[in-house]
Design a binder for this molecule. Structure first.
Ligand code: ADP
Ligand code: ADP
Length: 229
């Protein structure tokens, strides 16, 4: 079963800039992969097409074999429940506790309080944030803040997690820790697509790598073809 498919997708922004050019790839359910490339290669654009903050100019994006072209209006919000998003700057609510930040997606979908508490505690536990649940984001380290961002993205158990430069503000040790957390998600049924320009870090993860260059998909590397170093 395919969770995500790009079928000859091109994206041209108003003003004429071509950000993606005839990009095709397929992500199987339970797969983890990276998309890399220099700044401006089209990584963020590719992710925006998945969570529907942008639309393709040509070609089709399919999610769980459904064409996202047909997902409009209030169905966009429903689609976003199936796609967890992690940003580089994590975008936490600064006046809400760690617990409240993670609970938010569940509150928004009207889940019962007891069920919310159970799921939030489980996410806190998995990400090693238990002791920090009453803290405000400003009281946390950069690595802890990013872990809260990840907890919020996975608490509703999305089919796919997309992360845009999730380690961009972290040192190498913390970056490796965050990537290891992502690598555990496929075992729990969430596929993972991470955009990163940090090729050394990506190679160490030994996962499939899509390489973008000026909007073109120039390589699709299988884990076994990643050379050492
Ligand atoms: P990356 O994430 O790899 O840095 P982006 O997807 O952000 O790449 O950008 C790809 C290209 O599209 C860049 O040249 C960028 O300047 C351009 N671009 C991105 N977003 C917009 C936008 N909203 N309007 C116009 N051009 C954009
Ligand atoms: P995101 O976190 O969604 O990737 P960015 O920080 O890359 O957002 O960009 C913030 C906003 O600026 C987005 O709405 C994006 O579309 C827009 N943007 C990015 N690059 C360009 C560009 N070269 N020209 C115009 N708008 C851009």
């Amino acid at each position: 079963m395919s969770v995500l498919r790009f079928d000859s997708v091109s994206k041209q922004y108003p003003g004429g800039h071509v950000a993606l050019s005839e990009v095709s790839f397929d992500v199987a359910a339970g797969e983890m992969l990276f998309v890399t490339g220099h700044s401006g290669a089209g990584k963020s654009t590719l992710l925006r097409l998945v969570h529907l903050s942008e639309r393709p100019s040509r070609g089709a994006v399919l999610f769980a074999e459904r064409n996202l072209l047909r997902v409009r209006g209030r169905r966009v919000a429903m689609h976003r429940r199936d796609v967890g998003v992690v940003f580089q700057d994590h975008r936490l609510l600064t006046d809400r506790s760690v617990y409240e930040n993670i609970a938010l997606p569940l509150i928004l979908r009207g889940m019962r309080r007891a069920e919310i508490a159970k799921r939030v505690r489980s996410a806190l536990e998995r990400l090693g944030l238990g002791p920090r649940e009453r803290a405000l984001p400003g009281q946390l380290s950069a690595g802890e803040q990013q872990r809260v961002g990840i907890a919020r993205a996975i608490v509703a158990e999305p089919r796919l997690l997309v992360a845009d430069e999730p380690t961009g503000n972290l040192d190498p040790t913390l970056s490796a820790e965050i990537m290891a957390l992502f690598a555990e998600l496929p075992d729990r049924g969430t596929s993972v697509l991470v955009a990163s320009h940090d090729l050394a870090l990506v190679r160490r993860m030994r996962k499939r790598v899509l390489v973008l260059d000026q909007g073109r998909l120039v390589d699709d590397i299988a884990p076994e073809d990643l050379a050492d170093g």
